[in-house]
Ligand binder design. Structure first.
Ligand code: ZN
Length: 182
């Protein structure tokens, strides 16, 4: 099994033939959201600060798994080889072959955000229904808010983001369509 291309220890698993590389730093992937949220809450409702910190941390890790799984599933459906999924504190990524066409690139790049959107709809419906306890309701609300923030961040068309790749691929699709127009 290939080793993770990262300094320091990593946990390597294999799922459906795809190596999953969890760098030791991965549990910290949500610290960017969890620390400021926890600190702000300390000054308003300190009993909720630790809970908010923990929910933010758990939400970002879980959503990173959902997002990369979305990329991997669509890559497999498009017959692209998935070389590995990489998880670190700095973020996660799916290492796969290049898409064969602009249309495939749109599908592959959008897959992470689409998976997150499915989870967003599910947790929003849970919030509208009756949850068994207020604590769980609080957790699901935090999870939903974090997911919404991450979806916006992933869609933001800055260099290298999924949003940027989608915009570039759609541009290529439109240019091809214009070229082929009679
Ligand atoms: Zn992505």
């Amino acid at each position: 099994m290939p080793q993770a291309p990262l300094p320091g220890p990593s946990l390597t698993l294999r799922l459906f033939g795809i190596p999953l590389w969890f760098h030791w730093s991965f549990p910290g992937v949500g610290l960017g959201i969890a620390v400021p949220s926890g600190i702000v809450t300390c000054f308003t409702a300190s009993n909720l600060a630790v809970e908010l910190f923990a929910w933010c941390l758990a939400a970002v890790s879980a959503l990173a798994l959902v997002h990369e799984a979305g990329h991997a599933v669509v890559a497999r459906l498009l017959s692209l080889e998935v070389h590995a999924l990489l998880f670190t504190a700095g973020g996660a990524c799916c290492i796969a072959d290049e898409a064969a066409s602009a249309g495939h690139e749109v599908a592959y790049s959008a897959a992470g955000v689409v998976s997150q959107t499915v989870v967003l709809v599910a947790t929003s419906l849970m919030l509208l229904g009756a949850l068994p306890s207020p604590e769980l309701g609080y957790g699901v609300a935090v999870f939903t808010a974090v997911n919404l923030l991450l979806i916006l961040a992933n869609c933001w068309p800055s260099g290298g983001s999924d949003g940027h790749r989608i915009v570039c691929a759609v541009d290529r699709l439109l240019a091809l369509r214009q070229r082929d127009a009679p």
